[in-house]
Ligand binder design. Structure first.
Ligand SMILES: Nc1nc2c(ncn2[C@@H]2O[C@H](COP(=O)(O)OP(=O)(O)OP(=O)(O)O)[C@@H](O)[C@H]2O)c(=O)[nH]1
Ligand SMILES: [Mg+2]
Length: 451
């Protein structure tokens, strides 16, 4: 599925299905997040509807009365089937309808919603049923997230990963819409239906993309192993928490940070600035979200490999967002799923400039180990820089090295790669005390033996 509606002129109506497992604040916050996702795509949210159901699995998702109501809001372009189909569970559980939630209702009555977006995942047949009856495009949460990822992917790896996830999402939907179409087409094999042809095309495309991805990933692996001996810090966290902003501030780089969801899809690696000896690397990673489609999690394994290799993980949260605790759980969940073991970690309560001093104090009482920052405050950035340097120093070993004056180039190499804490000049050698990681030290000793 691809968004065909023209984003700039698209009015979106959001639908929330509240179930016994998904209701109250959780459902309200999730709907607000869906509104942000939909806005990120350039749609205009014109309103929302929510309904209580026992599950999200009904063939029409909504009760028939609600469906007719929504059909009205979308301009009655489809045909609501009021006949109850064989096997359909009657909507007796359909109680306590909430006509409108607090998502923008200023445009109500809806001029007409052009698309309807559900805050849950729909099966291909549910999508088709609702679409037929409403006569407008219908999206589910995963479809919207995949579309955002498709639009924001910049590097080859991210594009390949997202395209694989998109095709996996599209494939079953393709099957449904092509069902029963026996028409012959160019390129079809003997006896092959359009459905089979389309399936084969997707399969071939997926195989090509996966092959390409493997070769790109091998390259990335090579680059990562070259950096293996350096101390690496990874910024991880929920989308929009401020990871890229902090990254930009502590590395003096121009990494993109934007007020849109999933601004970053590619891992960027930069050196901590002001530069340290040896260099410390910082990587910015893809942001997470609740109900991140499984395929996307899988496809971002390699992107998150940076976090996997990091010696220090900075968990960034937007402390001004009341739902940051739940967001942090999501981050822990995804990192666990991709097998990132917490090496050392620091919780960063970001966007502190949005909090009163009382709120800041309460959070520090709740999270005494955390660091409170505003990516906009140079003093906080310098505090974070110092913290990272101190942790990196802790990881290092201090050692005294005797370098004869005849050992050409070695002194320069030591000074450029290691942190020198003391130099004593003797008659025929220099005694240098360095702090360095074990790998660099072992390499240096080997090189000196061969002199
Ligand atoms: N007020 C305030 N805004 C911040 C702060 N840090 C980041 N922001 C804003 O929050 C928005 C999101 O910041 P990003 O740095 O793009 O967030 P991110 O975590 O990289 O987001 P993704 O790439 O989507 O995962 C931007 O509009 C930033 O300007 C902060 O400390 N205070
Ligand atoms: Mg970012």
């Amino acid at each position: 599925m691809q968004l065909t509606a023209k984003a700039s002129r698209t009015n979106a109506l959001l639908i929330s299905i509240c179930t016994p497992d998904f209701k109250g604040d959780e459902a309200t916050e999730s709907l607000a997040e869906l509104a942000r996702l939909v806005t990120t795509l350039g749609f205009k949210v014109v309103g929302s509807q929510s309904q209580k159901q026992s599950s999200t699995k009904k063939i029409n998702v909504l009760g028939l009365g609600k469906l007719a109501e929504i059909a009205h809001l979308t301009g009655n372009k489809g045909e609501v089937n009021t006949e109850v189909e064989a096997g359909e569970v009657l909507p007796e559980e359909e109680v306590d309808e909430t006509p409108f939630s607090d998502i923008p209702s200023d445009n109500l009555p809806f001029a007409c919603a052009d698309v309807v977006v559900f805050d849950c995942d729909l099966s291909p047949s549910q999508l088709r049923n609702v679409e037929n009856q409403l006569g407008v495009e219908v999206f589910d949460r995963t479809g919207i997230i995949i579309e955002i990822f498709s639009r924001h992917a910049r590097t080859k790896t991210a594009k390949l990963q997202v395209e694989i996830a998109r095709l996996n999402y599209v494939a079953p939907r393709l099957r449904e819409t092509s069902c029963g179409d026996k028409e012959r087409q160019m390129g079809k094999g003997a006896g092959e239906t359009t459905l089979e042809l389309n399936r084969r095309k997707v399969r071939d495309q997926l195989a090509d993309l996966k092959r390409e991805l493997v070769s790109v990933q091998d390259e990335m692996k090579g680059r990562r192993s070259q950096r293996a001996e350096l101390f690496c810090v990874a910024l991880v966290g929920y989308t929009n928490a401020g990871k890229s902003s902090l990254m930009r501030a502590i590395t003096g780089s121009d990494v993109e940070g934007e007020n849109k969801l999933f601004a970053t899809l590619d891992t960027t690696v930069r050196a901590l600035f002001p530069i340290t000896q040896p260099r410390i690397l910082v990587s910015d990673t893809v942001g997470f979200i609740k109900k991140l489609p499984h395929d996307l999690v899988a496809s971002f394994h390699s992107t998150l490999a940076e976090a996997h290799d990091a010696s220090l993980l900075l968990y960034v949260v937007d402390a001004s967002d009341p739902s940051f605790r739940a967001q942090l759980d999501v981050v822990h969940g995804v990192l666990e799923e991709v097998g990132v073991e917490d090496s050392k970690k620091l919780l960063i309560l970001n966007k502190s400039d949005q909090l009163s001093s009382e709120q800041q104090q309460a959070l520090m009482d709740e999270f005494p180990e955390a660091m409170m920052t505003s990516a906009r405050d140079p003093a906080d950035i310098s505090k974070l820089h110092k913290y990272i340097v101190a942790i990196a120093q802790d990881e290092m070993i201090e050692e005294e090295i005797i370098v004869p004056y005849t050992a050409n180039g070695i002194i320069g190499e030591i000074r450029s790669k290691m942190s020198v804490t003391k130099e004593e000049y003797e008659s025929d050698h220099i005694k240098i005390t360095v702090r360095s990681n074990a790998i660099d030290l072992a390499r240096l000793k080997k090189r000196m033996q061969s002199l």
